[in-house]
Design a protein around this ligand. Structure first.
Ligand SMILES: O=C(O)c1ccccc1N[C@@H]1O[C@H](COP(=O)(O)O)[C@@H](O)[C@H]1O
Length: 204
């Protein structure tokens, strides 16, 4: 898997317009996310395909799924042409086996808890630790002394924004970060200023 050109991997998620995509790429994001799960940010396959066409090869295009059938995930992935699949529900090993394809990155999102987790448990390439309510802008207690950082490559998400992302990275040692709500001016509407501020702050 080839991902990221910088020290800290930064993904900007929930993009819906060409302007969102252009700003995220210009700001230096390593990945851009298109939400296929039920959300105020949902896009269809045609929109994701059109927006992905604006993304240079060094930036990973990610489709976000939650509780969808394997057939729907497969169809949306193929129709949109996105290069990575991010599972946010309780998708089991059969999903990873079915969606594994050459050049495709598989991301497993799980709610952060006190039990240790490891990247690769379900054959994923990247692990994502998030709050229980993904996409809500709610943080989890990543600063807790009881939190054990996972082994392997993992992304931190949940309630991140330009003012807390650097502190979160330093506290957890995360390999990368993922954000949606924290770069919006209102729910579902991305802010150019906040996207730029987030990427710059994340990398310190
Ligand atoms: O963004 C959504 O609407 C969404 C819906 C369903 C599953 C995942 C979703 N987004 C993911 O949630 C986190 C970002 O959360 P936050 O808004 O920054 O707190 C990130 O992993 C997104 O990919």
């Amino acid at each position: 898997m080839t991902v990221g050109m910088s020290d800290l991997f930064v993904k900007i998620c929930g993009l819906r317009t060409a302007r969102d995509v252009d700003v995220a790429v210009e700001a230096g994001a390593d990945a851009v996310g298109f939400v296929f799960a039920a959300s105020p940010r949902t896009v269809d396959a045609e929109t994701a395909r059109r927006l992905s066409g604006r993304v240079p090869d060094h930036v990973l295009t990610v489709g976000v799924f939650r509780g969808q059938s394997m057939e729907e995930v497969r169809r949306l992935t193929e129709e949109s042409g996105i290069r990575a699949v991010q599972f946010h529900g309780d998708e089991g090993p059969a999903y990873y086996e079915a969606l594994r394809a050459p050049g495709r990155t598989l991301i497993r999102a799980t709610a952060a808890g006190e039990l240790p987790v490891r990247c690769g448990e379900l054959d994923e390439d990247l692990l994502l630790l998030d709050a229980p309510d993904p996409g809500s802008g709610t943080p989890w207690n990543w600063a807790s002394p009881r939190f054990t950082a996972p082994e392997g490559r993992w992304l931190l998400a949940g309630g991140l924004h330009p003012d807390n992302v650097r502190q979160a990275v330093e506290a957890t040692g995360a390999w990368g970060v993922d954000v949606s709500s924290g770069v919006e001016s209102e729910r579902g509407v991305k802010s150019e200023q906040l996207i730029r501020a987030f990427v710059a702050a994340a990398r310190g």
